[in-house]
Design a protein around this ligand. Structure first.
Ligand SMILES: *Cc1c(COP(=O)(O)O)cnc(C)c1O
Ligand SMILES: [Zn+2]
Length: 409
């Protein structure tokens, strides 16, 4: 059973069928899925969701697919952890970590790709593809393998080894491009006109982006069916940020949670912060960053497609925007690891460093439920932290150990 009515242009409101389309023919605005919420409200309840699978597909009624054959690796319903140690350090009693680093391919991208690949199979595509800053590559390759589809991955040629190897293992064709992510994305938009493929974040983008709503649903459900007071989120294209906000608003509109006021806080690295900068300048358009220079490669989108919608969500929610100095990113990774035992990739370092800044600016009261979104796994960005390795080399004798350790005690 599907509750999709069709697609609609976010700018001019023109309607389109629920096809593999992503831009409006008239105004080039992005298209978004429209649902029949009055039908959804007849079937959905807290109970119906709670009796579903322990995965993102427990929210199937709010996702843009038609059948019930999902391309599912077991994504979602990841832990929401009360971070008491980090909370104590920061002076927050109600700090939670949403740990999406433990998804099947170790990032939140499995949520969007599970939806996009399911929809791609419904459209009978035989090949799945993407332009990726890293994590999307592994996720598309894995879902392609599971769905029996061919996979083509397009990435900038300077990505971390963990992301290249972590995608290659599933057997896709990996194409590396000498250029930025924005170059890769532009190329893929051209290829999507020629090759009859499901580019998950291009012609499948309206469906793809909806997968991120499940992070908003899960956090609300895991907090006992209420929205948090604060969300701290990393932004690349801005889609994730926008969809967490949308997800919580849908729950409230459907009466599944009480009306809420959640402040949405955006975090980007200093080396690439076009959306944060636009907010700080009071702009309503985004000035693209030509050559992003950041250790947080997963966030290195200089020309973010959903930037203006993320700005709108930020303003609507009364949140804030912080850009994080590059040297604080690794500190953020270490702080989360040393307090909570969670190893995040560089995007998570940006979130933790951003959270520290928001707290320093008195942006969060100690007793307000606050969720920091950890979207990817540290084992994929080892290069960023390898300089902290400091082992104690010894020979296999007690004396050797005692000598070596003496000046450390
Ligand atoms: C892609 C990505 C993001 C940002 O997602 P957008 O929807 O493009 O803003 C954040 N964190 C990680 C780890 C990612 O891979
Ligand atoms: Zn339009």
């Amino acid at each position: 059973m599907s509750y999709i009515i069709g697609l609609q242009c976010r700018e001019c409101g023109r309607n389109y069928p629920a096809d593999p389309l992503n831009v409006c023919d008239f105004c080039f605005g992005p298209l978004e899925v429209v649902y029949n919420y009055s039908e959804i409200s007849k079937v959905i309840s807290r109970k119906s969701i709670e009796s579903g699978p322990l995965s993102m597909w427990r929210y199937k009624d709010l996702l843009p697919v038609e059948g019930d054959e999902y391309v599912d690796l077991g994504t979602g319903f990841t832990p929401l952890i009360h971070a008491k140690n980090l909370g104590r350090y920061l002076g927050l009693d109600q700090l939670y970590i949403k740990n999406d680093a433990v998804n099947p391919t170790y990032s939140f991208k499995d949520r969007v790709v599970s939806v996009a690949s399911t929809r791609a199979r419904e459209f009978e595509f035989e090949t799945i593809a993407c332009a990726s800053t890293g994590n999307l590559a592994g996720s598309v390759a894995a879902h392609g393998a599971k769905a029996g589809m061919k996979a083509f991955i397009f990435i900038p040629d300077d990505l971390e080894q963990g992301k290249i190897v972590g995608a290659s293992v599933y057997g896709p064709t990996v194409v590396t491009i000498s250029g930025t992510y924005d170059d890769v994305n532009r190329l893929c938009s051209e290829l999507a006109d020629t090759y009859p493929w499901a580019f998950v974040n291009i012609n499948m983008r309206p469906y793809y982006a909806e997968g991120s709503k499940t992070l908003g649903y899960e956090v609300a459900e895991q907090l006992g069916w209420r929205a948090p007071a604060h969300c701290v989120v990393p932004l690349a294209s801005g889609a994730l940020f926008t969809k967490i906000w949308k997800g919580m608003n849908e729950l409230s509109d459907l009466g599944l949670i009480d009306p809420f006021s959640t402040q949405m806080h955006m975090t980007q690295p200093n080396g690439n912060s076009p959306i944060v900068d636009a907010y700080n300048l009071g702009d309503s358009h985004i000035r693209p960053v030509k050559t992003p220079k950041t250790v947080a490669k997963s966030l290195a989108i200089g020309n973010p497609a959903d930037g203006i919608y993320a700005l709108a969500a930020l303003r609507q929610s009364g949140g804030s925007a912080v850009s994080v100095p590059e040297e604080e990113i690794v500190q953020g990774i270490q702080l989360l690891a040393e307090t909570e035992g969670i190893f995040t990739e560089t995007a998570g370092g940006v979130v933790i460093a951003g959270l520290r800044q928001i707290v320093k600016n008195n942006g969060i009261n100690p007793d307000e439920p606050t969720v920091a979104f950890i979207t990817g796994n540290g084992l994929k960005t080892l290069e960023a932290v390898e300089h902290i390795v400091d082992t104690v080399p010894i020979s296999p004798t007690v004396d050797s150990f005692a000598d070596a350790i003496a000046n450390r005690l």
